[in-house]
Design a protein around this ligand. Structure first.
Ligand code: AMP
Ligand code: ZN
Length: 116
């Protein structure tokens, strides 16, 4: 755990968040600043700076699979059959502002494409 990382601290329960899913490896919370009627964040409990750091670390395939499974299940449930979007912002041009891997799950309205 990185004590300076806000999502590590949320995963450890040190900073409160509205948690909608928790296992040993994955936590899902409501985004503090929602961009859609449904806006959840699905994150690994272990610290990975981004998706590349996870995918380049041997043995993390089960965590990657759980992140995707949880995000898609929440999107299916909360999207009420009308669809959803999973996004992983990565780096400066990708719009990443928190340096701990997280999957956005957005639903509840028609989402524009392409993103700005
Ligand atoms: P990104 O810009 O892709 O790195 O996304 C970071 C997301 O984290 C943004 O949507 C923020 O609103 C959200 N966020 C930041 N701090 C918190 C927090 N303490 N609890 C919940 N969501 C947060
Ligand atoms: Zn972290």
């Amino acid at each position: 755990m990185d004590a300076t990382c806000i999502f590590c601290r949320i995963a450890a329960g040190e900073i409160p968040a509205k948690t909608v899913y928790r296992s040993d490896a994955v936590v899902a919370i409501e985004d503090l600043n929602p961009q859609a009627p449904v806006h959840l964040l699905v994150l690994p409990v272990a610290h990975f700076a981004g998706v590349s750091e996870l995918s380049q670390t041997p043995g993390t395939e089960p965590v990657a699979a759980e992140l995707l499974a949880v995000a898609s299940q929440l999107g299916r449930e909360r999207g009420e059959g009308r669809g959803f979007r999973i996004a992983i912002n990565t780096g400066e041009h990708g719009g990443q502002t928190v340096g701990h891997l997280h999957l956005h799950v957005l639903a509840g309205r028609a989402l524009g494409w392409p993103p700005g």
